[in-house]
Write a protein that binds this ligand. Structure first.
Ligand code: SF4
Ligand code: SF4
Length: 227
């Protein structure tokens, strides 16, 4: 496989510039990982290296009750995120790389899983990525690329979230549609029924609004629980 940057310093500099550009455009966090077959929902992925990005979900969407109005605001956020991801993908292409965009709602990849693998956060019982800066208040997108030797995350420092979620079920209690089902001891076995979830039809976000990681914040909870 052809590597654009034989010189690692040159690549680091390019990625630094790329990350600065992303931040200026409104990207909240960014990390890199390799796609494994377990994470890909489609087998034939062209590139297995991924740049994973999160953007803040606007407060007004979460504060608005599930409705057409909330759905419109959510659509505007997706549109904005798509535009940003497109600009970043174009920037990579202009610098000689091949890319494929994976935006939220696309079924190509399990985006929360890929973001967890990249170390951006940990998936909670609400099946959303819980992140340090914004709790579950994020949308995720990825750019698949042919850039080799990206600085992949080797470990995930947010896995303690799993234990916290074991003792909490506020998202489950807050879900009026019954999409989330609790498993008392195993977070992975807590079920999510996509067919019942109305996040895409009326921008329901009760499982974000009720989550202590949204209300109190990640660092406050970590301090209380891990000291
Ligand atoms: S978005 Fe709404 S319906 Fe879907 S899981 Fe969360 S609370 Fe339930
Ligand atoms: S509401 Fe509680 S159980 Fe659900 S994701 Fe948040 S911390 Fe975990």
């Amino acid at each position: 496989m052809y590597t654009i940057y034989p010189n690692q310093d040159k690549k680091s500099l390019f990625l630094k510039k790329f990350e600065e550009k992303a931040k200026k455009l409104g990207i909240n966090s960014i990390a890199y990982t390799k796609i494994s077959p377990k994470i890909a929902t489609e087998k034939d992925l062209k590139y297995s290296n991924a740049i994973v990005m999160t953007i803040k979900m606007w407060d007004e969407i979460i504060k608005e009750s599930p409705s057409e109005k909330a759905k419109d605001m959510n659509s505007n956020l997706y549109k904005k995120f798509k535009e940003i991801a497109f600009i970043l993908s174009k920037y990579l292409k202009e610098n000689g790389h091949c890319t494929k965009l994976v935006i939220p709602n696309e079924k190509l990849l399990n985006l929360p899983m890929i973001a967890q693998k990249a170390g951006l956060g940990y998936i909670g019982k609400n099946k959303l990525l819980i992140t340090p800066n914004l709790g579950p208040q994020v949308k995720i997108a990825a750019i698949l690329t042919d850039i080799e030797n990206l600085p992949f995350s080797k470990e995930n420092e947010h896995s303690w979230v799993k234990n916290y979620c074991k003792e909490c079920k506020k998202c489950i209690e807050g879900c009026e549609e019954g999409s989330l089902q609790n498993h008392p001891s195993n977070l992975e076995k807590s079920a999510f029924n996509q067919d019942k979830c109305t996040a895409s039809t009326n921008a329901c976000s009760y499982c974000i609004e009720k989550c202590p990681f949204y209300i109190e914040g990640y660092f406050q909870i970590r301090e209380k629980n891990l000291g």
